[in-house]
Ligand binder design. Sequence first.
Ligand SMILES: Cc1ncc(COP(=O)(O)O)c(C=O)c1O
Length: 429
Amino acid sequence: MPTEASLREAVFKSVRDYCGAGGFDFSFNPDKPIVRLHEPTFAADEINAALECMLTTRVTMGAKVREFEKAFASHFGWRHGLMNNSGSSANLLAVAALANPACRDGFKPGDEIIVPALSWSTTVWPIIQCGLVPVIVDIDPATFNIDPNEIEKAIGPRTRGVMIVPVYGNPCAMDAIVDVCKRHNLELIEDCCEALGAYYDGKPVGKFGRVGTFSFYYSHHMTTLEGGICVTDDFDFSELMRILRAHGWVREVEDQQKWFDEHPEIDRRFLFVNVGYNLRPTELQGAMGLVQLPKLASYVERRRQNAAWFRRELAQYGDFFDFQEETPKGLHSWFGFPIRVKAAAPFKVVELTKSLNEANIETRPIIAGNIARQPALKMYDHRTVGDLKHSSAVMEGAFSFGNHQAVDAGARTYVAGQIRTFLRSRGLI
Ligand SMILES: Cc1ncc(COP(=O)(O)O)c(C=O)c1O
C-alpha cells in the first residue's frame, strides 16, 4: 500500500524526469538562434517545492513565507523581511506604511516625494495612490540613475522623501544621496525591484533608508513567478507593514499581545487595528523563494560576466553607441544590457532593434522611459524639475537585450554578430 509520502515522491520524480537532470535547457542553438529578454530561473526543484504546498494543501501565506522572509533578510543582513505578491505591492506597502498615521515621522497628505524620471510605473503610482505628490527629476546620463544634484535642486517646502531606483541593477550614488537626505531630513525609499544582487560600497542596495523593496517577477534575477519583498531594520515599521499587508489585521504581527491587551473586548482572531490591503503572497511563492535564494549569486555572476564581455566586444563601435557606466563603489547586477545609440549615429534606434528582432533577438525600452511623458501622469498632481532631457534621451535612443543566467557564450557572440551585421549593412564598418 503506497503511503502519502511515497506517492508525493513519485510526483516529484516525474517532475524531475520531465525537467531533465540539469533543468530546462536554454543553451544557445545556432540552428535555431533566439535570444530572449529572459528565460525562467526555475526548474524541477522549484516546481516540486510549489507542488508540495499544493499536495499538502498548505497554500496560503504561512510557515514557508515566514521562512523565506527570514532567509532573505538574513542573507543580506536586514532584521525584517515582508514578502508580498509583487514588487509593485512591495512599493505600495512601503509608501502606504510611510504615509500611515501610525507611522513615526510619516508623510502627510500633499507631501512631495522626489523620484527619478527614468523609473517604473509602480515606482511612482503608489506615491499618487497614497495622496502624495511625485516630483520628477532627471538622471545622470552616465549611470542612468537619479542625479543627486537634481534632488538638491528639486527640494521645496513640502518635500519629505526621495524614492530612488537603481536602474537595471546599477547602484545609485549612495554617498551623495544619503548626504542630501540627511541634510534636508528626507525619508529615503529604495525601489530595488530590478536590482537584486547589487551592492554599493559592500552594502546591499535597499539598505540605505528606512525601507527597500525587491521584485521576484518571472523575468527578474530570481523568481517566485510573481512576488516581492519589503526589507527594513526598523521593528515598529515592519509591524506596521505586516498589519497593512493583510487587511489591517494583527494576525501577522510579532507582538500580538500588545494589541490583545489594548482591546480585550474584541475577538483576538479578528482584531483590526488599521486600514489595510491584501498584498499577501501564497505559500507556493515562499517555498519557491527558498529554493531560488541560494542560486541567486551564481545567476548574478553570469550577468556580470556577460556585461563585461559585451562592454569589451562592443567598445569598438563607440562612434555609434555608449553604455551604462557602473557607479563608482557599486556592484551592478545587470537586469539586462542597455545600449544607447548616440544622437549623431547615422541610423535610428528602431532600425537597429528591428534588425535584431528579425534575427530573433528580443529587445525592450529601458524601464518605462521618462515617466513624465506617460499619459497616466497627466491626470495627477505632480511637479517636474528641469527639462528631463537625459531621461528623454534614454527613452528615445536606448534599448536593452537579454542578459540573464541563460545567456551563454553562443548567445553573446550571436548578439554581437548581429549588431555587426547591421552596421555592415549600413556601410558603417
Ligand atoms: C524599478 C521597478 N519597480 C517596480 C517594479 C514592479 O515589480 P513587479 O513586476 O514585481 O510588480 C519593477 C518591475 O520590473 C521595476 O523595474
